[in-house]
Write a protein that binds this ligand. Structure first.
Ligand code: GRF
Length: 242
């Protein structure tokens, strides 16, 4: 990585990214790293599914990667124990969950407290769990979005660092809304990771801090970085992530 003017030459933070599927957020993080937009490097990718398309990003970018198939394990605890070892093998500073579709055991989560992030497709605390886009539409929400949070044993319940908001279009389907949220995610996740890697945001299990002061409410990604709702936005090609 080159060092652009105004940035320190500090050693890049080591990211291990856990995926289960498409991996578009992994792609966005790799791109941000390669373009020196985050002081971090993806040093390992782990998938619990052998057919995860996102493994292709790791291959294309020559990033070490491995599959740990949860179906090969007799219990959640046994899988999480091996997963923790596989993660530690990469000696990461941060563990990044990016569409990793597993419920994690409390012991595993405790081991990575303060250094494990997740991205969730809703404006938490609204719509924890699955089918967030359909639920937001059913409720007639005027806006929706995505949240990046530190991971705790409570599903989608850890302290939220940063959110991206998008408008809901009256003609949206769950798919069109999901696509708009994902485009926002591809900007949101690198920006949140950048703030954690730079030390601006910290959480060690007690008080979430931004620049040394308690963070009372999640940071919001700049409004002007959002995609605009409408036919043009919907027909735009996906964000180029790899
Ligand atoms: C994202 O929408 C993320 O919010 C959720 O899972 C999805 C992963 O997408 N946790 P991708 O695999 O990064 O494309």
């Amino acid at each position: 990585m080159s060092v652009p003017a105004g940035q320190s030459a500090a050693t890049p933070k080591r990211l291990v990214v856990l995926i289960s599927g498409r991996g578009s957020n992994l792609g966005a993080l790799i791109e941000a790293s390669e373009q020196d937009r985050i002081p971090a490097q993806v040093v390992g990718v782990i998938s619990n599914r052998p057919d995860a398309a996102g493994l292709g990003f790791a291959e294309q970018h020559h990033i070490p990667h491995r599959v740990l198939n949860h179906r090969d394990y007799p219990s959640r605890e046994a899988f999480d124990a091996d997963l923790a070892t596989a993660i530690e093998d990469y000696a990461p500073d941060l563990v990044i969950l990016a569409g990793f579709m597993r419920i994690l055991t409390p012991g595993f989560v405790d081991r990575f407290t303060g250094r494990m992030l997740n991205i969730h497709p809703s404006l938490l605390p609204k719509y924890r769990g699955l089918d967030t886009h359909a639920r937001a539409l059913a409720d007639g929400e005027p806006e929706h979005g995505a949240s990046v949070h530190f991971v705790t044993p409570e599903l989608d319940g850890g302290p939220v660092i940063m959110q991206a908001r998008v408008p809901v279009d009256p003609n949206d389907t769950p798919d069109t809304l999901a696509a708009r949220v994902q485009r926002a995610e591809h900007r949101l996740y690198p920006e949140a990771v950048r703030r954690v890697c730079s030390g601006e945001i910290q959480w060690s299990g007690r008080i979430l801090q931004a620049d040394g002061s308690p963070l009372e409410a999640p940071l919001q990604l700049d409004e002007d970085t959002h995609d605009v709702s409408g036919p043009d936005a919907r027909s735009r090609p996906p964000h180029p992530v790899g």
